[in-house]
Design a protein around this ligand. Structure first.
Ligand code: ZN
Ligand code: ZN
Length: 391
């Protein structure tokens, strides 16, 4: 039986929870109402809860049978600072905040799976349902890990799932190895010597040197990184000067770097520091680099990816599971949880075209409730597959 009948029977209720969360979006570390809903529902389903990790995080623990085996299933709860442009009934009621990445759906699907697993108890082991705050921008998953998530709730593997517009409803996609890029932020501060715009020889111009640094950074990817090992360095801000006839004293250059291998991430950081130091020294300026590693590379481990694929195939059949999805240069907080544990992060189709095809982070996006039975059934199937009653 592919789709869990029980889940299909209460899919509408899960959809109602999803739309309620959608109408009341909350952003990073302020998911108080959402966390209350999660905690109340888990309690209603007879699942023990733990609150407070990363402020608004909720962990539900369901132990069945005598096995010591443990698995973690993770959903994210946060919304984005976007003014929603949709006009349906469950449109955001909070100005400037919106569930534009489908985390409302992720939360609802994991609640649906929790309800099913608690009602049927057709497995032998412990499931930790991990509901994390602040996936967007500020790595609430990292904070949960730093707050002791996996010391308090040790797991043999942890699994994550994200919806994907453009992938049809009823399909899954994943890949072994690097799935999503590391995301680092950098800030380069250059200090020269200010002078009159008409007398450049009396100063040391940070704009010309900064421009040279911007150009030199382009060569890191183009000329020093193996072309088959993808990387991005994007300078997205360059601030210097306030008026036309003054050469300023300082310049600030900021941007982001992405890589699909930790070794390339290291290479980028090292090369950036060498370039800033070298170019500044050559022209008599000083330069500093603040290199902030925000998200590591998200790496799906081979064994757990096979398990995830097997569970997805049980739900929707082999023809509807793509196990060779190309990696992307986007990034994901779940990577922090995979730093400590083996596991796999998969995609569930959100639909195509008018029906769920709108890209995430767009003001017209909405999670497609038709995906709920597939996503929740995948979670349930994965647990039963890994912790079959006989295990
Ligand atoms: Zn997002
Ligand atoms: Zn997201």
């Amino acid at each position: 039986m592919p789709i869990k009948e029980e889940i299909a029977a209460y899919a509408e209720e899960i959809g109602e929870i999803r739309r309620d969360i959608h109408a009341h979006p909350e952003t990073a570390f302020e998911e108080f109402r959402t966390a209350d809903i999660v905690a109340d529902k888990l309690t209603e389903y007879g699942i023990e809860i733990h609150r407070g990790l990363a402020k608004t995080g909720v962990v539900g623990t369901l132990k069945v049978g005598s096995s010591n085996r443990c698995i973690g299933l993770r959903a994210d709860m946060d919304a984005l600072d976007i003014l929603e442009e949709n006009s349906f009934d469950h449109v955001s009621t909070i100005d400037g905040k919106m569930h534009a990445c489908g985390h409302d759906g992720h939360t609802a699907m994991l609640l649906g799976a929790a309800r099913y697993l608690s009602e049927t108890k057709n497995f032998n082991g412990t499931v930790h349902f991990i509901f994390q705050p602040a996936e967007e921008n500020v790595a609430g998953g990292r904070v949960m890990v730093e707050d002791g998530l996996f010391e308090k709730f040790p797991v043999e593997a942890v699994y994550g799932m994200h919806n994907s517009p453009g992938i049809p409803i009823g399909q899954f996609a994943m890949q072994t190895g690097s799935a999503m890029a590391s995301a680092d932020m950098f800030k380069i501060e250059i200090t020269g010597k200010g002078s009159h715009g008409g007398h450049p020889h009396q100063g040391i111009d940070p704009i010309v040197t900064g421009s040279e640094i911007v150009m030199a950074l382009q060569r890191v990817v183009a000329r020093t990184i193996n072309p088959v090992e993808a990387a991005v360095i994007s300078v997205t801000q360059f601030h210097a000067g306030r008026t036309m006839n003054v050469i300023p004293e300082t310049a600030v250059i900021q941007g982001t770097c992405r890589a699909l291998l930790p070794s390339v991430q290291n290479q980028i950081e090292n090369r950036m520091k060498q370039i800033v130091e070298g170019v500044c020294a050559a022209h008599g300026l000083t330069g500093t680099v603040d290199y902030d590693r925000r998200y590591p590379v998200l790496i799906n481990t081979p064994e757990e990816t096979s398990k995830a694929a097997a569970a997805a195939i049980k739900v929707v059949g082999e023809d509807n599971v793509n196990t060779h999805l190309p990696p992307t240069m986007g990034s994901e907080d779940f990577a922090w949880m995979l730093q400590d544990n083996p596991g796999c992060y998969i995609r569930v189709g959100n639909g195509e075209g008018e029906d769920g095809g709108c890209v995430v982070h767009n003001p017209n996006y909405d999670f497609n409730d038709d995906a709920i039975i597939f996503g929740a059934s995948y979670w349930a199937t994965l647990v039963e597959q890994e912790f079959g009653a006989e295990s």
